[in-house]
Design a binder for this molecule. Structure first.
Ligand code: CP
Length: 327
């Protein structure tokens, strides 16, 4: 194993050039889903889900298989990660069984520990703080529909004090986008994340703006994004959160204030009549089903990138050269 193991723990683990490369790779993998098998062997990818999931578990399983690998589902509760034994010891063991570890869990610090001790790439499949794989899929979807990312304005409405808010600030600005958050006071991304986004924006031209008025946030935007108001673990606050966030519901009236060709994203699951009108989610400007499909292509691209960077697989060009054909 190379000592330069690369993980994908938060959005800014990819430089702007690397993010662009991974998105290019995702588009190529989408065009030819069965032609590139950097995990042939099959190499095992351990996947662990400590929170509910449909899109993430299905897209990783399908994508790993398409890359020639074996998606090993590890039951986190059965393993008792951090309870029966430390995260560090779990990491040491899984790193001897799998070439990559994919983990959806609670605190980011646990993911950081896994990456520190595994000796193989670790991928964030969602933590309380970040959801970087979702953002790669979102950016891929926007690029498909708009042809570009840099310079576009995206308006994220609702609860921005969550993993999606943090990830949009980092990934959007890395792509050179102008990210506007339309959110109540106190429901904005982490201070450290906002400072980091500002720093990245100096190089990419991207920016972050905080709006408490939903109408000003969406004005002339190219992309509209929202997410559930009740993130996993906040279920007992549902009534209070509905009251706080209802002015930020993505209604047909708000959509009409964006550019006429604006597209609508939602990472799903969605709650029609809460954070988004049914007419918007199911309407002609919605690209949410492309977005859900793109989880697979984007995750295949980041897995292939990390495998190459970490010496687990040869770069794709070398594979083509070595075997005379794309594998
Ligand atoms: N968007 C998303 O991560 O979906 P799941 O929670 O179903 O995996």
């Amino acid at each position: 194993m190379s000592s330069a193991v690369r993980s994908f723990l938060r959005d800014d683990d990819l430089s702007p050039a690397e993010q662009s490369h991974v998105l290019d790779r995702a588009a190529a993998l989408k065009a030819a889903p069965y032609d590139h098998k950097p995990l042939a062997g099959p190499r095992t990818v351990a996947t662990i889900y400590d929170k509910p999931t449909l899109r993430t578990q299905s897209s990783f399983a399908a994508g790993i298989a398409e890359l020639g690998g074996f998606p090993m589902l590890v039951d986190g509760a059965l393993a008792g990660i951090g309870v029966r034994e430390s995260v560090a010891d779990v990491a040491r063991v899984l790193g001897r069984q799998a070439g990559v570890i994919v983990w959806r869990t609670f605190a980011q610090v646990k993911l950081d520990q896994m990456a520190a001790y595994a000796g193989v790439p670790v991928v964030n499949a969602l933590t309380d703080e970040f959801h970087p794989c979702q953002l790669l899929a979102d950016l891929l979807t926007i690029r498909e529909h708009k042809g570009t990312l840099a310079g576009l304005t995206v308006a994220f409405l609702g609860d921005a004090a969550c993993n999606m808010g943090n990830s949009w600030a980092l990934a959007g600005v890395t792509a050179g986008m102008h990210v506007r958050f339309g959110a109540p006071e106190g429901y904005v991304p982490d201070t450290e994340v906002l400072a980091r986004a500002d720093e990245i924006g100096k190089a990419t031209g991207g920016s972050v703006e905080l709006h408490t008025d939903a109408s000003s946030a969406v004005a002339d935007a190219d992309v509209l994004v929202t997410d559930t108001w009740v993130s996993m673990g906040k279920e007992d606050e549902a009534a209070a959160r509905t009251a706080v966030f209802s002015p930020y519901s993505l209604t047909t009236a708000l959509v009409s204030r964006a550019k006429p060709d604006a597209i609508v994203l939602h990472c799903l699951p969605a709650y029609r009549g809460k954070e988004i009108d049914a007419e918007v989610l199911d309407g002609p400007q919605s690209v949410v089903w492309d977005e859900a499909e793109n989880r697979r292509h984007a995750q295949k691209a980041i897995l292939a990138f990390l495998a190459e960077q970490s010496g687990i697989s040869a770069p794709s060009a070398e594979l083509v050269e070595a075997h005379g054909t794309s594998r």
